[in-house]
Design a binder for this molecule. Structure first.
Ligand code: ADP
Ligand code: MN
Length: 196
């Protein structure tokens, strides 16, 4: 990998995809089968947000009506990406150790060197529509995610961010798909070697 020798003895896998494609279900089954550690990045970012509480500077902006809607969105995005960066910094040692399954609906800000395999889960639009509706999504939140899936945004992002030979797209429409994906990924983990 870029000519350097990897120090980890177990591989790191990124499981990504549009919300609802089955990242968390697949990752937790894979973690159980392989004893790799399931890292749910969204939960870690949420904990950071809760822990840090509300940004007083942002609050004063909001109260004083100094900012328009878009500026507020920008500030919130900035706070979120700051927390994501903090989470990434904290994950660095663990990732160097290896043996992690990272579960997140994005991939372009993780360092390329972290991963030995990038799995992009994909789901048929109508199946995904039903899953997200059941999850309580509606309106633009629902349609944005369906569009994200139709245009294969996560697959494009993964292909742009990582070497093509480590990126795999896996279908995730049914329970059988999950079983097959977990089995093939478990085989891959078992045959992985630090120099491979
Ligand atoms: P994500 O973490 O990508 O948002 P989840 O793993 O939370 O997705 O799955 C969302 C919902 O869809 C859950 O209720 C889960 O049981 C269901 N689900 C996910 N993948 C599949 C699949 N391949 N077949 C059937 N149901 C699935
Ligand atoms: Mn999830």
């Amino acid at each position: 990998q870029n000519g350097s020798i990897r120090s980890r003895w177990r591989p790191n896998i990124l499981v990504t995809g549009t919300p609802g494609t089955g990242k968390t279900t697949t990752s937790s089954a894979l973690a159980e089968a392989t004893q790799l550690r399931h890292v749910i990045v969204g939960d870690l970012v949420r904990e950071k947000n809760l822990h840090d509480g509300w940004d007083p500077e942002l609050e004063s902006y909001l109260i004083n009506e100094d900012l328009n809607y878009f500026a507020i969105c920008d500030l919130l995005m900035e706070a979120l990406s700051m927390h994501l960066k903090m989470v990434c910094d904290e994950l660095e040692d663990r990732m160097e150790e290896g043996g992690n399954i990272v579960d997140y609906h994005g991939c372009d800000f993780f360092p390329e060197r972290w991963f030995d395999r990038v799995v992009v889960l994909q789901t048929d639009n109508t199946v995904l529509y039903d899953r997200l509706t059941r999850r309580g999504y509606s309106g633009s939140k629902l349609s944005n995610n369906i569009e994200c899936e139709i245009f294969q945004v996560l697959l494009q992002e993964a292909k742009e961010s990582y070497p093509e030979d480590i990126v795999v797209a896996l279908q995730s429409d049914t329970i059988e798909d999950i079983n097959r994906n977990v089995t093939s990924l478990t085989d891959w983990v078992r045959s992985w070697r630090p120099t491979s």
